[in-house]
Design a protein around this ligand. Sequence first.
Ligand SMILES: Nc1nc2c(ncn2[C@@H]2O[C@H](COP(=O)(O)OP(=O)(O)OP(=O)(O)O)[C@@H](O)[C@H]2O)c(=O)[nH]1
Ligand SMILES: [Mg+2]
Length: 161
Amino acid sequence: MAEIIRNIIVVGDRDVGKSAWLKQIATDTFNASYTPSSGITVQSICIPTLIGLAGLIKPCMVVNLWDCADQDCYTERAEEIGANGVIIMYSSIESYYNCEKWISFTRESVPNIPIVLCENKRDGVLSPISVNYDELTHHSISAKTGHNLLAPINSLVAVLW
Ligand SMILES: Nc1nc2c(ncn2[C@@H]2O[C@H](COP(=O)(O)OP(=O)(O)OP(=O)(O)O)[C@@H](O)[C@H]2O)c(=O)[nH]1
Ligand SMILES: [Mg+2]
């Protein structure tokens, strides 16, 4: 049976925790120091699942998670990568407002692609940021504690079968 492969791009402002989140998923570890990424890197995870299509068992969906550190790289490569979904991450008021910019880039580069908003660093003392991009699914996570770690991926996967 053919493997199902999907490409999800993770974007957002610098320092919001994209790489830390992906590292936590891959290695179950968290690094408190900040090393800015450059360009684009990918890691793959396998989401095991049973789907109820005539009782067929799909072994897994391979999800390639693309960590995209800068805007140029994102707008140039999103289509070439064959992006199926986008996670836009933020972790502060400023990076939240900049989501509008990331949403626009996404709509221009890969129109009609599913987008999920992801508020990271929900382990601190900050109040939750109220979400106004109403039409988009939203999850609050913490790459540090692992809170809700896979929720953004799972909600995209649910619409990417
Ligand atoms: N408290 C807390 N800190 C976090 C969390 N996630 C990431 N950080 C910290 O935020 C800083 C930036 O994390 P990165 O993952 O490097 O951020 P990034 O979005 O990949 O940044 P660029 O590569 O520059 O685009 C690091 O010091 C992380 O340790 C979190 O859930 N909670
Ligand atoms: Mg990074």
